[in-house]
Design a protein around this ligand. Structure first.
Ligand code: SF4
Ligand code: SF4
Length: 132
């Protein structure tokens, strides 16, 4: 499979996964007192940028890092991250705080399994793209 085709499959995997994660975060995160989105986590890795470039060069995030990387992330808006999930650093999709994990485990178990499967698929596709 070409790198470009693989990148499109990865975006589709993000798009399938995102509403499932947001079904948990939309009610949990607005009340959070210790938001995980600090600027240190908002810097894209080279592999993130190459993936985005394969899809659409205009969509590459260009904001420079903040001087203090413990401040709220440069991409954090009033209603959460302003980037769609596939544009975010890969690590952002893999961070699950303990309350979020708890909520996922306690909710519909079929949904939880679907989230785990979707994450696994995303990880495999990403591994194929970067050659690990
Ligand atoms: S994922 Fe967890 S730590 Fe991050 S904003 Fe939501 S509730 Fe807070
Ligand atoms: S999810 Fe968005 S706002 Fe949060 S750390 Fe990642 S890029 Fe920044």
């Amino acid at each position: 499979m070409s790198q470009r085709r693989l990148a499109h499959e990865i975006r589709e995997a993000y798009e399938a996964l995102s509403p499932m994660i947001e079904s948990y975060t939309s009610s949990l995160c607005p009340g959070c007192k210790q938001v995980c989105c600090i600027d240190r986590h908002g810097t894209h890795e080279q592999a993130d940028l190459e993936f985005i470039r394969l899809l659409d060069s205009d969509a590459i995030p260009v904001e420079p890092p903040l001087f203090d990387d413990k401040k709220p992330c440069r991409y954090l808006g009033e209603r959460g991250c302003v980037l769609v999930r596939w544009q975010r650093p890969y690590r952002c999709t893999w961070y699950f705080c303990e309350p979020l994990l708890e909520r996922m485990r306690q909710a519909d178990s079929r949904m939880y399994r679907r989230v785990l499967e979707a994450l696994q698929r995303l990880g495999l596709l990403r591994g194929s793209m970067i050659g690990v």
